[in-house]
Write a protein that binds this ligand. Structure first.
Ligand code: ADP
Ligand code: MG
Length: 716
């Protein structure tokens, strides 16, 4: 067999695995391995056989069957991580990578960050040379490929949640296909909750046939194994009539379930952090009203409700709380975002309440604008969500729409690649030496217009030259930074403007997100807190003020809480900042190795740097739209318009400043923005807004703004 030689010796850690023991045989490890009660555990020997004998093994199994937590333990136990090799397992979501790593460390009774670790952007817990099972986001594994294109430190790569078809997963699968041709010793395991398996198999089979004639190595064809789950039937209920406010409807449904007094936890699916926190607040109000007493009709004293939030930005300890069983006498009611759909499994859920919406990226190649919007859920996702109710016994799923409305939902979710801005992806492929991105082998190719847009934008950023090759200066530098290209470009521009110090802070804070605490109904207080730091220049400079005050407080969590800031995000931003500074130095991108001292009060360089990165997202104020029916206090809506050329001729974008921006109540004539959300009303709402001088745009981005009709695709 062609697995990495296992001579037995090696690092301290290898001693924990008995030497020379045959694979797929029970042995007496010093670790505790896994949870034998999970469905996948019954397939352990089969899985190990396939991994040994096939380059690619595809494992299909229902959510909660133990794929994510158990697969890496199986291969570790079977000796795949000897001789210094490690096992990588990718997750589309950082919250899943962190939380599952913690769970597996607990199962194996090791400290997180030793044998079992994780790596997500700007945060990791691992020890090089010691960590054997490494959970990482698909994005981080892609970054690792920049330094080590053949992923030589891994013997097995598990691509988990392949059914999600995240942009990075799709990219990774294409790249791994290439890697497999060069590394017959590498094993790829793909795990999926649904039947994309056939498509995956075709994709890899055409890839690897070439290697077979050498007569060595594993069977180059891929294998599929279906793990039979152990789920109970879930009865689905629909609304009689559509509801207008699904957060309220979800809370009412949960309360109604709770009042039935039949035990079992409730899991509510909503679309975002804000909705989750407002649902939790409403549930808490209810729980308080319910108080200690009870109108319960059950015999053993009424159950009490324990409302809990679950979303990606939730601080670690609070996250772990969600996984703990409810204390005796309590019923957990968890309001969650999409993270609970397949990435994370909560035990004890018997009731699912599904709003049937999801927050997604959307991309319009005509406007070149990527936005987040709350979109109707696909039926496939809804089925996943419903399935979460059948873990322990027969369950119920309450969909907050009518049966007719449900029938009109899309059957499956469109892969992220089809609805994203591809700038970051193309940059990474180019940096990995894949020059002809159009010819790359895709599981499903991205839309050609989106590719053309991406090349155009990269050209404007100075990343690609006339021949669509990565430029030596900007291109190489930008691909080295784990930032979205526009923020990376702003950071690089800041060096020449004397404000690298500031931009390091801004780029870090903008990247970690969730800097402000969820308002939990205290919107006024949050606004007041924001006002204390607000800068007329906009959100970037406001973040700078926040960070200054945070440092002055001695990084006090209490201070942060008082000011409606999330200390966990602030700490993570500090981490990110350190890392970015380190990278700038390592790549020789900071002359002198030190950012110049802060440019005192003059924030123009900072605004210029923001404009240099975000010029694609420049918008000018056009007019105020008054609503004749609105009360006099209604300030109206300030309509903005994208400055650059867009190919969309009909229905120009209705842009406005998002209420969370400090510039919401002012009307700067020209701004650049970081992201946009699409509101129900059809408005595109700009977030992370900085006021800029329109005359800078042609200076900073001549490709985009000098020509009367800037539509050239540089070399693409
Ligand atoms: P799959 O990947 O097939 O969906 P998982 O391996 O994620 O399944 O889950 C297997 C089991 O591990 C589930 O019963 C789940 O409840 C449990 N589990 C996973 N993560 C955690 C965690 N962070 N805390 C507690 N239990 C967890
Ligand atoms: Mg999983």
């Amino acid at each position: 067999a062609q697995q990495p030689a296992s001579s037995g010796s090696g690092s301290d850690d290898d001693r924990d695995i008995p030497e020379g023991a045959p694979r797929a045989m029970p042995m007496e490890p010093r670790y505790r391995y896994g949870d034998p009660t999970l469905p996948v555990s019954r397939y352990r020997r089969q899985i190990l056989y396939l991994v040994e004998n096939h380059a690619v093994t595809i494992i299909v199994g229902e959510t909660g069957s133990g794929k994510t937590t158990q697969l890496p333990q199986f291969v570790l136990e079977a000796g795949w991580a000897e001789s210094g090799f490690a096992i990588a397992i990718t997750q589309p979501r950082r919250v899943a990578a962190v939380s599952v790593a913690a769970r597996v460390a607990e199962e194996m009774e090791v400290d997180l960050g030793t044998t079992v670790g994780y790596a997500v952007r700007f945060d990791n817990a691992l020890q090089a040379g010691r960590t054997r099972i490494k959970y990482l986001t698909d994005g981080v594994l892609l970054r690792e490929m920049m330094d080590d294109p053949l992923l030589t430190q891994y013997s097995v790569v598990v691509v988990d949640e392949a059914h999600e078809r995240s942009l990075s997963t799709d990219m990774l699968l294409g790249l791994l296909k290439k890697v497999l041709r060069r590394r017959p010793d590498l094993r790829l395991v793909i795990s999926s909750a649904t039947l994309e398996a056939a498509q995956l198999r075709t994709f890899f089979d055409t890839a690897t046939v070439a290697g077979r004639k050498q007569g060595s190595g594993p069977d180059r064809s891929s294998a599929i194994l279906t793990v039979e789950g152990r789920t109970h039937p879930v009865q689905v209920h629909y609304l009689e009539a559509p509801c207008s406010d699904y957060v309220r409807a979800a809370v009412e449904a949960a309360v109604a379930i709770h009042e039935e007094e039949i035990p079992g936890d409730v899991l509510i699916f909503l679309t975002g952090q804000d909705e989750v926190t407002s649902a939790v607040r409403l549930l808490e109000e209810h729980a308080r009203r319910q108080g200690g007493g009870g109108r319960g009709r059950g015999g053993g004293g009424p159950l009490r409700m324990m409302p809990l939030p679950l979303y990606a930005g939730l601080p670690g300890p609070q996250q772990q709380l969600v996984f703990k069983p409810a204390p005796r006498g309590f019923r957990k009611v968890v309001a969650a975002t999409n993270v609970a759909e397949t990435s994370l499994t909560l035990e004890g859920v018997v009731y699912v309440v599904d709003c049937c919406f999801v927050k997604q990226r959307a991309y319009n190649p005509l406007t070149g604008l990527e936005s987040l919007l709350v979109a109707p859920l696909s039926q496939a996702s809804a089925a996943q969500r419903a399935g979460r109710a059948g873990r322990v016994r027969a369950g119920h799923c309450f969909r907050l729409c009518t049966e007719e409305a449900f029938a009109s939902l899309p059957k499956v979710t469109v892969p992220e690649m089809q609805r994203s801005n591809l700038v970051g992806m193309v940059l990474q492929l180019k940096a990995l030496g894949i020059d002809n991105v159009m010819k790359f082998e895709w599981l499903a190719p991205p839309p050609a217009e989106a590719m053309v847009r991406a090349l155009e934008e990269l050209h404007a950023l100075g990343v690609l030259d006339e021949d669509a090759r990565l430029t030596k200066d900007v291109g190489l530098a930008l691909s080295a930074l784990p930032l979205e290209p526009p923020l990376g470009a702003a950071l690089l521009a800041s060096r020449g403007l004397g404000c690298a110090e500031e931009l390091l802070t801004i780029a870090s804070l903008m990247s970690v997100q969730h800097v402000w605490a969820p308002a939990q109904g205290a919107t006024r207080a949050l606004d007041e807190a924001k006002a204390r730091f607000a800068a007329a220049e906009g959100d970037a400079v406001t973040l700078l003020n926040v960070h200054r005050a945070w440092r002055a407080s001695g990084r006090s969590a209490a201070w942060a809480h008082r000011n409606f800031l999330q200390p966990s995000s602030l700490f993570r931003a500090d981490e990110a900042r350190e890392q970015l500074l380190g990278l700038l130095r390592r790549h020789g991108l900071l002359p002198g190795g030190q950012p110049p001292p802060s440019a005192d009060r003059d924030m123009d360089p900072v605004r210029r740097a923001m404009a240099a990165g975000l010029f694609m997202n420049a918008a000018v104020f056009e007019r105020t739209e008054y609503n004749p029916l609105a009360p006099e206090s209604d300030p109206g809506k300030n309509v903005y318009r994208l400055v650059r050329y867009t190919a969309q001729k009909t229905a120009p974008l209705k842009l406005r400043i998002h209420p969370s921006s400090v510039l919401f109540r002012s009307t700067p004539p020209c701004v650049v923005f970081h992201t946009v959300q699409q509101a129900d009303s059809g408005w595109f709402e700009m977030q992370g807004v900085t006021s800029v001088d329109p005359s800078w745009l042609p200076e900073l981005a001549p490709h985009m703004y000098h020509r009367p009709q800037p539509r050239g695709v540089g070399g693409g």
